[in-house]
Structures are given as C-alpha cells and as structure tokens.
Design a protein around this ligand. Sequence first.
Ligand code: FAD
Ligand code: NAI
Length: 328
Amino acid sequence: MTVPIAIIGTGIAGLSAAHALQTAGHTVHLFDKSRGSGGRMSSKRSEAGNLDMGAQYFTARDRRFVEEVQRWQAKGWASEWEPHLYNHKHGQLTPSPDEQTRWVGSPRMSAITRGLLGKSHVTFSCRITDLIKGEAHWHLQDADGQDHGPFSHVIIATPAPQATALLAVAPKLASMVASVKMDPTWALALAFETPLATKMDGCFVQDSPLDWLARNSSKPGRDNQPDTWVLHATSAWSRQNLDLPKEAVIEQLHGAFAELMHFPTPAPIFTLAHRWLYARPATAHEWGALADSDLGLYACGDWCLSGRVEGAWLSGQDAARKLLEHLE
Ligand code: FAD
Ligand code: NAI
C-alpha cells in the first residue's frame, strides 16, 4: 500500500501542491479546518448571492501561472473580469482605466479551488493541531484528539502564524515562519435594491479607512444577484478596529463608502461583515517554499512569496518540486 502525502490547507497553495504531486503519480490527503476549500480565495453564499469576501481578482505575471490560468479558463473555472476602474485620492474619484488583465473564478471565486480539488481525498472541518514523526512516517492529530496517518511527508499550506503553531517538530523552520507578520483585513458586503448610479466596478482608494471597493455583481457569472459590493478596509484601520463588533464595523465602513461615493447612497438591503485575521503578509519574501527535506516536512503559502493568489500558487508548486526532487 502506498503511504499518502498529507497537505494541511485547501487554499490555492495547498491545492497547487496537491495537483503537482498527483500529476507526478502520488496520492495526497488534504485537511482543512473550514467546511470547504478556498481559504482566502473562497466565496460566501448569502441571500444576496455568492460574494467574494477575500481575494477580489488576480493577475498572472509568471509564465507558469499564465499557463495554469489558461487551463482554468479552458475548464470554465476562471474568466476575465473587465472592470470600469476608478481611483480615489484627496477626496476625488476619477476613472483609472488600464491594460492589465484581471481574472476571477466563475461563477464565484471558489470555483477554482473546487475544480482543483476534484475527487481528491479531503477531510474538512478538521483543525490539525499536532504533527508527530514516528520511525518512518508522520501522523497528524486534530483538535478533537483524533489521529490521522500514516503519511510519508507533510506539507503545511496555511497562513504563517497557523504554520508556526504546527512546526514545533522543526524549530529552525518554526523560527523563520514566526518572523512573518500578517496583517488583518475587515471586509464588508453590501447589496442595494436599485443599482447605484455609477459606472464604477472597482476602485483603488487612498485617504480613507477603505482601500478597495468592488461591484461584486459586475464580475462574470454573478448577474443573477442584486447590486452587490464588497469593500475592504486598510490594514491599519483593520488592526486598530480588530475587535470592534460587526455592527459597528458595518456602520463605520458603510459610512466611509457613502462619503467617498459623492452621491446619496440608499440604505443597503443586505450587509455582511467578515474579519480576515491573517489577510496579507506585512512584507514580501522570496522563499518559494520552506523545506526540512530530511524530516519530510514542507511549508508553503502566499507569505513565502508575494502575498497574492499568484504567489500562493507558485509557492505550492515549489513545495511539490522540492519534495519530488528529494525523492529522486
Ligand atoms: P489560504 O487561502 O489562507 O489557505 C490556507 C487554508 O488553511 C485555509 O483554508 C485554512 O482554513 C486552512 N488552515 C489553517 N490552519 C489550519 C489547521 N491548523 N488545520 C487545518 N486547516 C487549516 N490576492 C490577489 O491576488 N488579488 C486580490 O485581489 C486579493 N485580495 C485579497 C483580499 C483579502 C481581503 C484577502 C484576505 C486576501 C486577498 N488576496 C488577494 C490574497 C490571496 O487571497 C491569498 O494570497 C491567497 O488566497 C492565499 O492562499 P494560501 O493557500 O496561501 O492560503
Ligand atoms: P493590480 O496590478 O491590479 O494592482 C496592484 C496595485 O497597483 C493596486 O493595489 C493599486 O494600488 C495599483 N493599481 C493597479 N491598477 C490601478 C489602476 N488602474 N488605477 C490605480 N491604481 C492601480 O493587481 P495585483 O498586483 O495582482 O495585486 C492584487 C491586489 O490585491 C492589490 O490591490 C492588493 O492590494 C490586493 N490584496 C489585498 C489584500 C487584503 O487583505 N486586502 C491581500 C492581498 C492582496
């Protein structure tokens, strides 16, 4: 019987590694504490439709990622989003068009990780708390005290602070990962009965508690929902208001939105606030992925590279590559 490889995290980094290992003929078993895949690239089902509360869109600059995104497009998991972009600076809203290609999952962001997951062996709602290395194999313990294993190798594909907690078995890796700080982001979704009187589909914001606005319903495949918007607060505002009750977050961020729109916005018919505790790495690294190959332990995620979807995917590829190289 072949001993599978364990992957902790079904965000884009974990699924990127899983896909590369499966393509090379290996069996993987994925774990995630959430009820579904996607992590920060997931979407929330709501009465206002599917809302992308985390990653809004992604760009592809590395040739390998460009090819991968073309594969996703061919499968129908990803589409190009061509937003009317604006910029908000010094209280002024101005159109800010550009030539950049921007991608989204279709009909929702989570379609990509759902597609990548395919029929892979996965255990959801399972928070891994401990990694145990035996003579030859690994075992994982979850928060309910249950044991999972044996596994030949383990790939940790979680945000850095959550990876640090799992790396007690590899103190050198643990201290590197512990040096990565991740900033929070408060996200707010709003829905309006009557579409807002603006052409804007996306806006980069300066000088406000907000740093990004998106008309969720302008993305491909989301036209069966009311006029929905997703707003992101800056890291600084999110850190300062980390423990603010959701009602207060909704009130303050909706207020900031109404102020910068420069026209009277009606009361929303729907609101939803979500706090991402580990939204983005405070600094970029060029680690690719981290490895203790003798132990058979690897760590990957956006925090190893650029803090974007592309960086997370590339990091997952690098973890798989390092693991496969060590097997040769
Ligand atoms: P994650 O997606 O965080 O996946 C990690 C997974 O591990 C999660 O599913 C989590 O549940 C699971 N997990 C954690 N701990 C455990 C444990 N102990 N046991 C089991 N499972 C565990 N990027 C862009 O390119 N463009 C954007 O527009 C953009 N906007 C963003 C906006 C916001 C608000 C946020 C939060 C992120 C945004 N990003 C954006 C960044 C992008 O979402 C991330 O870079 C990328 O999705 C990270 O993928 P990942 O696989 O490294 O981590
Ligand atoms: P990108 O190339 O579209 O944007 C990169 C940055 O360039 C933007 O943040 C913006 O400041 C600027 N920019 C780009 N086009 C612009 C335009 N037309 N007008 C004015 N400014 C423009 O995308 P990329 O490089 O893939 O970045 C992804 C985005 O995801 C970034 O905006 C980043 O801030 C955001 N992000 C947000 C996170 C969060 O937690 N809120 C976490 C990770 C990424």
